[in-house]
Ligand binder design. Structure first.
Ligand code: FDA
Length: 389
């Protein structure tokens, strides 16, 4: 076998591990992915007719306050100065998101100061003051009051979860941010932007080291190739970033996920909605939001003859669907604990990434977690023989 380390999955977690192991330790790395491209869910490519860059697995905005991660990603790409902003179309009127003083003043048709707006929301939230809400609907009302909750959160959440919020646990939300100023930047992080040459160029540069051998269209669990599970387990250290339940042949049952369906359309107009993301929080549209990809790169000289939009629909994942967001019920958490116990018993295999840990991770979190795993486990193993666990 020609590899010192096998990395299963070429998403940002696997790529970071592979790049560090090759560059810092000089290891030969076999990087496998069952898809036909590297980069996992962060991957993007140009839509053929228009040349507009489209994020293939839902919109991906890079943001972080982690200095180490920011320094690391800047080794592979520069970032544009794109600042993410989201709008929402409720009853045919467009409001800025997240809920801020602009949203409140427009919604109630007033010109309140921050203090006046705060007093109003506190009064409205007081409807359920002193109670201990058990479902998401009551919790939402208690956090921001009924009018704003019912306009912007209730049906949006129902569409995301295919469930009436009155039947969802309150624990899904701990807070609903309301800003009592006109700041409608979506993220609060210190650094934010999109890779100047696109995600694919960034991700390919991470894998470009001569010690990294990329094997696409290669499923770890399928025999017939050098790095299949049956060939490598126990032989070479493995970093596994696929679904943890799949690794153990679903022995403790399936972990549940939500997925999204993305409906892409090219329209023969320059600009469809004037912004990158428009939410649809009402019950009468089946989709949750529409992305218009030209707005992620206003600095690019895109065609004025056409634009690309993508409608996003949310639903529970079934077998064969892409797992996107962990549902994380109490039953899932029990199964996860059982899988973690099984994982501890695996010799020379580490589990990482969003699928391997059953956790929603933003890109900067996946990269940060991979850098920590490299420092704390992989490097000490190869340099000092520390047990890989
Ligand atoms: P990721 O899923 O990217 O990669 C895992 C890889 O493993 C996949 O390529 C898969 O094919 C491969 N694999 C699985 N099983 C295998 C097997 N048996 N054999 C071989 N290969 C196998 N983050 C952010 O910072 N800003 C954002 O705006 C967004 N937006 C966003 C939208 C949506 C809809 C989702 C679902 C997620 C986001 N994210 C995000 C999160 C982002 O996608 C996430 O941080 C990264 O995908 C995490 O990278 P991983 O490497 O952990 O997983």
């Amino acid at each position: 076998m020609n590899a010192d380390l096998v990395v299963v999955g070429s998403g940002l977690f696997g790529l970071t591990i592979a790049e560090r192991a090759a560059t810092e330790l000089g290891l030969k790395v076999a990087l496998l992915d069952r898809r036909s491209h590297i980069g996992g869910n962060a991957y993007s490519k140009k839509e053929e007719q228009t040349g507009i860059e489209v994020h293939q697995y839902g919109a991906h905005l890079f943001h972080t306050s982690n200095e180490r991660v920011w320094e690391y990603v800047n080794r592979f790409t520069d970032f544009t100065n794109y600042v993410h902003k989201v709008y929402t179309n409720h009853n045919g009127v467009v409001y800025p998101m997240p809920i801020n003083l602009g949203t409140i003043n427009q919604f109630f048709n007033v010109a309140y100061s921050p203090a006046e707006a705060k007093a109003l929301i506190q009064e409205q939230a007081g409807e359920l003051a002193g109670t201990d809400p058990q479902n998401l609907n009551d919790k939402g009302i208690q956090l921001i009051g009924r009018p704003l909750y019912e306009a912007f959160i209730k049906h949006y959440t129902a569409k995301q979860w295919q469930t009436d919020p009155a039947d969802l646990p309150a624990s899904i939300i701990s807070r609903l941010p309301v800003r009592y100023n006109y700041d409608n930047r979506y993220f609060n992080d210190k650094y934010e932007g999109l890779p100047v040459d696109g995600y694919a160029a960034w991700l390919e540069r991470m894998a470009a080291h001569e010690n990294i051998e990329v094997h696409l269209n290669t499923d770890f669990f399928e025999d017939g190739h050098e790095y299949s599970r049956s060939n490598v387990i126990g032989q070479v250290p493995v970093i596994y970033t696929g679904p943890v339940d799949r690794y153990f042949d679903f022995a403790e049952g399936d972990l549940s996920w939500r997925t999204i369906d993305l409906e892409q359309e090219v329209l023969p107009i320059e600009d469809f909605q004037g912004c990158a993301v428009m939410n649809y929080p009402d019950a009468d549209q089946p989709y949750t939001r529409i992305h218009e990809f030209r707005h992620f790169h206003p600095e690019r000289d895109y065609t004025k003859d056409a634009t690309v939009i993508m409608r996003e629909f949310s639903r529970f994942a079934e077998k064969g669907d892409e797992p996107y967001y962990p549902v994380n019920t109490s039953v899932d958490r029990e199964k996860l604990l059982a899988y973690r116990d099984l994982a501890k018993g695996e010799d020379k295999v580490l589990f990482g990434g969003r699928l391997g840990t059953y956790k929603y991770l933003d890109m900067h979190m996946a990269i940060g977690a991979a850098l920590s795993m490299f420092d704390n486990k992989i490097k000490p193993h190869f340099e000092n023989g520390q047990k890989l666990e």
